[in-house]
Design a protein around this ligand. Structure first.
Ligand SMILES: [Zn+2]
Ligand SMILES: [Zn+2]
Length: 406
C-alpha cells in the first residue's frame, strides 16, 4: 500500500508541488541543492516522474530521468505507468523520450489497457502512432554487427542512428519519406544496404511466432519500396547521363540530390482533370501488391479497400494500415506537400494552402503556381479586405467607447 502524504518529507512534498506547478527552474535548483532519490510516491502511489508525465512536461521528465528516476517503477493504485500518463497527456515527444529510456510498451493498467490503448481511448492519435512505431535500438544492433559468415555488417554502424530515426517516422506519406531520406545523405549513399536491411526486418517481423507483427512488417516493406524507387530513379538518371556522354564526376555528385527532388515532383504531380497525384497513387498501389505475405490480414484488408468502388486514396489506406484509423482527421492543418500534421505556415499569397516549412512550399510551388493566382484572387479581393477594415474600426471604436464610459 502506498504511504500517506504525512510520511513524506518537506523536501519531497516540495518536489511534488513544483512539478504540479510546472516550475522548471525552481525544481532544477532544488534538485541541484539536494541529493534526492526519486523513488517516493504520494498518497495515490504516484511518483514524481509519473506526475511530470501526467503534466506532459518534457523538460521536467528529462530532469527526473537524469536524477535516476525509474521509468518502469509502478506503485500507482490503478497500475498506470509513466508511459500511461504521458500517453494521456497527449505529448508524443514525451512518450518517445520514455520509450527511449526503456519504458515497457506492453505494461497494462488495472483494467488491462496498455498506454497506446489509453491514448487511443482519449483521442491522442499522435501518441498512439508514436508508441506503435517505436522500435527498440536493440533491433538495429543486430544489423551493425557481422552475422554468420559475413565479413562486414549489413548496415555500417555510423548509419545506425539515422536509420533508427528513419524507420520510426510516423508520417508515411511517400513525399515525407523521400524528404527524410534526402535529409540523411549517408542513408541515401547506402540506399542499397538500407533496402536490404529493411527487407530482412520485414521477414523477421513475420517470423516471430506469437509476437508476429504484420503492421511493422508492412511498414518495413513499404519503406523499402520507397528506397527502391529512389534507386530506380538514380539509375535512370545515370543511364540518361551516360547516353549524353557527360564528362566530370563532380557534377554527378550534385545530381544525386536532384534525383531525389525529381522523384518528389513526380509524386506531387497531379493530372489536369481530377487533380489526383497519378504517379504517387500507382506507386503506392504497386507497393501494396508487392507485399509478399498474401495471407496476412493487413494485406487482405488493404487490397479489399483499394478494390472497392470509389476507394479512398492509397496514401490514406497505407497510413491507416500502419498508424490506425484516425477518429476525426482535421484536414485544415495538413501540409499539402508531405501530409504532415499541424502544418501552420500558409502560402502568403493565397492563404489557401498550408505547409510545414519553406522547403515543403518550395517543393510544391511547380504545382501550386497556377492555382495560387486563382485562389489569391478569390480570397484577397476588395471585399474581404473591406470587411477586415470594418471589423478593426468597430473593435477600436468600442474600445474607445469603453474608455469614455470610465
Ligand atoms: Zn510538409
Ligand atoms: Zn498560394
Amino acid at each position: 500500500m502506498a504511504p500517506g502524504n504525512e510520511s513524506l518529507t518537506d523536501l519531497q512534498k516540495d518536489i511534488f508541488t513544483k512539478i504540479s506547478k510546472n516550475e522548471v527552474c525552481e525544481l532544477k535548483t532544488l534538485l541541484a541543492l539536494n541529493k534526492v532519490k526519486m523513488d517516493f510516491v504520494d498518497e495515490n502511489g504516484m511518483s514524481p516522474l509519473q506526475h511530470a508525465c501526467y503534466k506532459g512536461n518534457v523538460e521536467i521528465v528529462q530532469m527526473l530521468l537524469d536524477q535516476g528516476a525509474d521509468v518502469n517503477a509502478c506503485q500507482h493504485e490503478h497500475a498506470y505507468t509513466a508511459l500511461h500518463f504521458a500517453a494521456l497527456s497527449g505529448n508524443a515527444d514525451l512518450c518517445h523520450l520514455l520509450m527511449s529510456h526503456g519504458a515497457r510498451l506492453t505494461a497494462m493498467n488495472s483494467v488491462g489497457r496498455t498506454a497506446a490503448q489509453m491514448a487511443a481511448f482519449v483521442g491522442n492519435h499522435n501518441c498512439v502512432a508514436t508508441i506503435n512505431n517505436f522500435i527498440p535500438k536493440a533491433d538495429i544492433d543486430f544489423y551493425i554487427k557481422p552475422q554468420g559468415l559475413l565479413m562486414e555488417p549489413m548496415l555500417p554502424s555510423h548509419l545506425a542512428d539515422y536509420f533508427h530515426k528513419f524507420i520510426m517516422q510516423v508520417n508515411v506519406n511517400p513525399v515525407r519519406v523521400t524528404i527524410n531520406l534526402q535529409k540523411f545523405p549517408a542513408l541515401l549513399e547506402n540506399a542499397t544496404k538500407v533496402q536490404k536491411v529493411l527487407e530482412s526486418m520485414r521477414y523477421r517481423e513475420m517470423t516471430r511466432g506469437a509476437e508476429t507483427n504484420e503492421v511493422m512488417a508492412f511498414k518495413y516493406h513499404y519503406l523499402s519500396c520507397v528506397v527502391v524507387e529512389v534507386l530506380k530513379c538514380q539509375r535512370r538518371q545515370e543511364a540518361m547521363k551516360a547516353e549524353k556522354n557527360e564528362k566530370s564526376n563532380e557534377e554527378s555528385e550534385e545530381k544525386k540530390s536532384d534525383t531525389v527532388e525529381l522523384l518528389i515532383r513526380r509524386f506531387l504531380k497531379c493530372s489536369k482533370n481530377d487533380g489526383l497525384p497519378e504517379y504517387q497513387e500507382a506507386f503506392l498501389r504497386e507497393s501494396v501488391r508487392e507485399f509478399p505475405f498474401r495471407e496476412s490480414t493487413i494485406f487482405r484488408q488493404m487490397v479489399a479497400t483499394l478494390a472497392s468502388r470509389d476507394p479512398p486514396s492509397a496514401v490514406s489506406v497505407i497510413s491507416a494500415a500502419i498508424n490506425g484509423q484516425r477518429g476525426f482527421s482535421d484536414n485544415t492543418q495538413i501540409c499539402v506537400t508531405c501530409g504532415e500534421d499541424k502544418a501552420i505556415k500558409k502560402c502568403s499569397k493565397c492563404k489557401a494552402v498550408q505547409y510545414c516549412d519553406r522547403e515543403c512550399q518550395r517543393l510544391h510551388w511547380f504545382m501550386h503556381k497556377k492555382a495560387c493566382a486563382r485562389l489569391g484572387q478569390s480570397s484577397n479581393n476588395g471585399k474581404s479586405v473591406d470587411v477586415d477594415k470594418e471589423q478593426i474600426t468597430n473593435i477600436v471604436g468600442s474600445k474607445l467607447q469603453n474608455l469614455a464610459v470610465k
